[in-house]
Design a protein around this ligand. Sequence first.
Ligand SMILES: [Zn+2]
Ligand SMILES: [Zn+2]
Ligand SMILES: [Zn+2]
Length: 382
Amino acid sequence: MGLFKRKSEEPAEGGPVSDRMALARQWQEQAKQMQAQAMQQAAALQHATAARQGSQAAPAAQVGSMTWARQVLAILAPPQPGFVKRCTCMVCGAPKKLPTVTAYVYCDYCASLIDYDLRRACEGDTAPDPAYAATVNSTQAAAREAAAAGDRDTYRDLQKRVFEAYVTGVPMAVSHRARNDRSYRDAYVGYMAGAATARAFDPASQALEAEMRQRVMALRYGGNMMSPTVAPDSFWPVVDTLQKQIETGKALYRSAGLAELDPDHAEHLTGKFAWSGFCQGWLGMLPADTATQLLDRAGLTNEYVPVEAEDGQSRHCGGCGAEFSALPGATAVICEGCGRKMDLGSAEIPCASCGAVMTLPAGADRMACPFCQAQVERAGLR
Ligand SMILES: [Zn+2]
Ligand SMILES: [Zn+2]
Ligand SMILES: [Zn+2]
């Protein structure tokens, strides 16, 4: 289907499976916790050696802070304004051409989620949100009880509360589609809760989580307090376990039918999301050559190609007023300004009050004009 032949140059990420940010988030948080712990250990060490100078050692970069992000970015490709991550749509086969604002890369032609840009993800501030952390803490005991009692429904309901707090409190980690599209957001929360529940009730997943905890605890650290590093020979077993977790997760999500719950239908990105979250957590603590090897193994070496504006038609989003480009042959795009899906099959609609011309989001028959707030309706309604 579509304009372009599907190309097979994208790395094979496995079959039709789905998990995405669920696993990524879990690994990322695990990594961050361990890093914080390592930094405390390193700080204590540093403090002991610096005590003779009577000076308090300078604080290490807070994980998730902008300083931390810069450390990670230094390992990834340098910034290239006017470039876009090289990738191809799995659904219609089109290459990505237009610039992106977030880590979530959507197709310029059919609005499918086609890639996740680790470099973009590292640019954002991923500091934990207090309300989200409070929700996680307040549901943990009940979740453990539900898991022990084999009560999947209760467990899933608790996870829904957690992920509701997540999309609200950590919006930068979630697709921009969740910002203004209620149905997308609800589906995403349901999907994430379903994935978490599948893992919690799967013995193989639980065993691998225990193995991961063990291997992370066995990590050895070097470097100094300002830049603690992980000893590579103690790090690779962690990566081996991650790889097993990814494969197990793919099979588990396939058997649990989670692909149908995923509002982005992005099962081909399962591995990429998981590796990305893991790399986001650990890259900043690895020696440069180990970091490069990890990116290679994860298939995440960033490649960027120049943005191609082509002879796209300039349009404006009826939801937020942002300008976007409709490329020849495109049927739908996601607005980079507000995350709403734009249906390009329908004609642009003028505002009767201010005269601005706009494209209404898919499924919306009327909206408040983003420029003057007057009501704008599709023709033929009433
Ligand atoms: Zn596409
Ligand atoms: Zn918009
Ligand atoms: Zn108007």
